[in-house]
Design a protein around this ligand. Structure first.
Ligand SMILES: Cc1cc2nc3c(=O)[nH]c(=O)nc-3n(C[C@H](O)[C@H](O)[C@H](O)COP(=O)(O)OP(=O)(O)OC[C@H]3O[C@@H](n4cnc5c(N)ncnc54)[C@H](O)[C@@H]3O)c2cc1C
Length: 418
């Protein structure tokens, strides 16, 4: 079967890899010259198999308002974006901010993340991929003793779900992350997820693309996808600025842009771009740099170690599809990394980046079938696309191949929004 994967981010490449292994002839189509140049380019690098959590949680609307009052706020809303579609999406997200929805979504998310971890392990057995990978866990670092005490309920829930966690006092945090020594008075302790990993998503996507090519996958870059042509039941072709492309099957993996392609077909996908920022710093002094990921709970900023670089990522901004990088948005990432690892990285030579998280109201991706027989989705991964990429690629490939999926996808398909 010929399959066109629309979008060559981490999700498109992972989908192509799984489909090509089943013997299909796959082409990835993307507007960029190469893979993983948009949201998959410089994310925070966390493979959060245990830390994965829906953004829509009880108390979040109130917390978001409090954060927006802070000088260094992790949340922003552009006044020009206060429109009916945005407010309606936010309203749907707030509808998920209750204990029942949170438990349901968290359960599905952690199941998917754990499956993704297994898929990464399988992939590692098959192929040697270099992507600054580390398997040293994540620490959520607490500055406020009250917040640290509040995690007890969460810890029990995580244990019930089989997620390994360690509650660390300040000294134990320093044993795991000695680079925090000079900042030890800034925090009270941490919650460690020892089975979480880290790595550079962009490098990984390129490595996986190399493996894809050995299976015959082609990449058609510099090609802007304009629309899909259908006869009402099936998709016949994809119209691009480089001409018409035909295939037997189509997979939409265009991140935040997926709903724009689907809307003319009558598919209303509640995927909204939530903007984030990152900085990448060359390491100045390895002993004073993080070993793995440190997530600052107070500012919602993640600091991740790559081999000779530090990646600092965070901020959730409602700004539509705007990709500007205002200087003011650097402040929170600059503050957190220099507060916790003042000697670790070279801020003067930091690269500043922005990307749009393809968020759904329930923080779960949308995988699999659509009302069109030969059109499938792999999108809406929000803040966890790197983490969930391998599970999503495998599940969507199994659905296309009409194989029994190893994980129940009920609750992860478009049906929940129809
Ligand atoms: C600041 C930040 C930090 C993050 N940190 C983490 C993290 O630590 N861990 C984690 O798991 N996730 C993280 N994420 C989320 C993760 O990066 C995303 O979920 C993931 O990259 C989404 O991948 P994707 O392939 O769906 O989208 P993308 O990478 O955006 O790929 C979509 C592709 O579609 C193409 N495309 C779109 N429209 C068209 C068109 N009309 N024609 C042709 N091509 C088109 C684009 O060029 C692009 O290549 C973070 C995100 C941000 C912004």
């Amino acid at each position: 079967m010929t399959i066109a994967v629309l979008g060559g981010g981490i999700i498109g490449v992972s989908t192509a890899w799984n489909l090509a292994q089943s013997g299909h002839q796959v082409v990835i189509i993307d507007q960029q010259p190469t893979v993983a140049m948009e949201t998959s380019f410089a994310n925070a690098g966390m493979l959060s198999f245990g830390y994965a959590s829906p953004w829509a949680a009880p108390g979040i609307p109130r917390k978001a308002l409090t954060w927006m009052m802070q000088e260094l706020s992790p949340v922003h809303i552009q006044p020009s974006e206060i429109t009916v579609p945005t407010l309606s999406w936010l309203h749907r997200m707030w509808g998920q901010c209750n204990a029942r929805a949170y438990d349901h979504n968290k359960h599905l998310l952690l199941g998917l993340a754990e499956y993704s971890r297994k898929c990464f392990v399988e992939l590692r057995k098959k192929r040697r991929l270099e992507f600054d990978e580390r398997q040293l866990g994540t620490i959520e670092l607490f500055r406020d003793p009250q917040k640290m005490d509040d995690i007890e309920a969460d810890l029990n829930a995580l244990r019930d779900l089989g997620i390994e966690t360690e509650r660390l006092d300040r000294k134990s945090v320093l044993n795991v992350e000695p680079g925090l020594e000079s900042a030890q008075n800034k925090f009270v302790g941490g919650l460690r997820f020892p089975n979480d990993n880290t790595g550079d998503c962009h490098r990984f996507a390129h490595e996986l693309m190399r493996e894809c090519r050995t299976l015959g996958v082609s990449f058609q870059g510099n090609t802007r996808i304009e629309r899909l042509e259908s006869d009402g039941k099936r998709i016949q072709s994809v119209i691009t600025d480089q001409g018409t492309i035909q295939a037997d099957t189509f997979v939409v993996a265009m991140g935040s842009y997926s709903p724009l392609l689907l809307q003319p077909l009558g598919i209303r996908l509640p995927v909204y771009p939530i903007k984030g920022y990152s900085m990448t710093l060359p390491i100045k002094n390895p002993e004073h740099a993080p070993r793995s990921t440190v997530m600052d709970e107070a500012y919602k900023v993640a600091i991740t170690r790559f081999d000779d670089r530090i990646r600092v990522g965070g901020t959730a901004e409602v700004a539509g599809y705007n990709l500007d990088r205002p200087e003011s948005r650097r402040h929170i990432t600059e503050f957190v990394v220099s507060d916790l690892f003042p000697e670790g990285g070279d801020l003067d030579n930091a690269e500043f980046w922005t990307g749009l998280r393809p968020m759904t109201p329930d923080s779960l991706p949308v995988l699999g079938k659509t009302p069109f027989d030969n059109l499938f989705l792999n999108t809406g991964h929000g803040t966890l696309g790197w983490t969930l990429s391998q599970a999503s690629g495998k599940l969507v490939s199994d659905i296309i191949n009409e194989r029994q999926t190893e994980l129940d996808v009920t609750g992860l398909t478009l049906e929940r929004y129809l």
